[in-house]
Design a protein around this ligand. Structure first.
Ligand code: PRP
Length: 184
C-alpha cells in the first residue's frame, strides 16, 4: 500500500475548501448533500471547516444494477428527506471517476429547482471521465490508481484510514462484488 495523500495534506486542503465555499456563499445556509457511503469522513471534516451556517442531508446511489457487470445506469437507493427548491445545494463526493454518478445526481437535483447546484469532490480521477460534469471544488486530482482510505474502500475495507493510499494490482483480489472501476 502506497500513501498518495497524507493526513495533514488532506486536512489542509479541506480547510482551504471550507474557506472557499464560505467565501462563495456569503449569505450562508447552503445544503450539503453527501453521497453515501464514501463521503462520510470528508463530509464530517468539511463541516468542521465550514465557517458559515449550513445544513446536511445524505443520498445513496447504486452505480451498478448487477454486482458483476457495469450497467452504467446509477439508481437511487435512498433519497434526501427535504425539498431543495430555491436552496443552494452542494453535492459532497469522495471521488469522481467516470462521472456517471455525478451526472445522474446533477440531473436528479436540477429537476427539483435548486437556486444553485455545485459539487465538491475530494478526489478527481479525471483521466477516467466518460461524462462531462462540472466540479466546482476539487481537493486533489489523482492518477488512475485504485485508492482507499478517508472513506474509500476496497471490498468494504480501509475506509477508516486517515490518509489516501493506492493499492497495487497484487493487493487487489478481484471478486464479483468489487466494482471494475480502477481495479484492473
Ligand atoms: C464511488 C464514489 C462515487 C462514485 C464515483 O461510490 O463515492 O459516488 O463511486 O464513480 P463514477 O464517477 O464512476 O460514477 P461507490 O459506488 O464506490 O460507493 P461507496 O461510496 O458506498 O463506496
Amino acid at each position: 500500500m502506497e500513501v498518495l495523500i497524507g493526513s495533514e495534506a488532506i486536512q489542509g486542503r479541506v480547510r482551504e475548501i471550507g474557506r472557499q465555499i464560505a467565501r462563495d456563499h456569503p449569505e450562508g445556509a447552503p445544503l450539503l448533500i453527501g453521497v453515501l457511503r464514501g463521503c462520510v469522513i470528508f463530509m464530517a471534516d468539511l463541516m468542521k471547516c465550514l465557517p458559515i451556517p449550513h445544513e446536511i442531508d445524505f443520498i445513496s446511489i447504486s452505480s451498478y444494477e448487477s454486482s458483476s457487470t457495469s450497467s452504467g445506469a446509477p439508481r437511487l437507493v435512498k433519497d434526501i428527506g427535504r425539498d431543495i427548491r430555491g436552496r443552494d445545494v452542494i453535492i459532497v463526493e469522495d471521488i469522481v471517476d467516470t462521472g456517471h454518478t455525478l451526472d445522474f445526481l446533477r440531473r436528479t437535483f436540477l429537476a427539483r429547482g435548486p437556486a444553485s447546484l455545485k459539487t465538491v469532490a475530494l478526489l478527481d480521477k479525471r483521466s477516467r471521465r466518460e461524462c462531462n460534469v462540472p466540479i466546482e471544488y476539487v481537493g486533489f486530482e489523482i492518477p488512475d490508481r485504485f485508492v482507499v482510505g478517508y472513506g474509500l474502500d476496497f471490498a468494504e475495507r480501509f475506509r477508516h484510514l486517515p490518509y489516501i493510499a493506492a493499492l497495487s494490482p497484487e493487493e487487489l483480489i478481484p471478486t464479483p462484488a468489487i466494482r471494475s472501476a480502477g481495479v484492473a
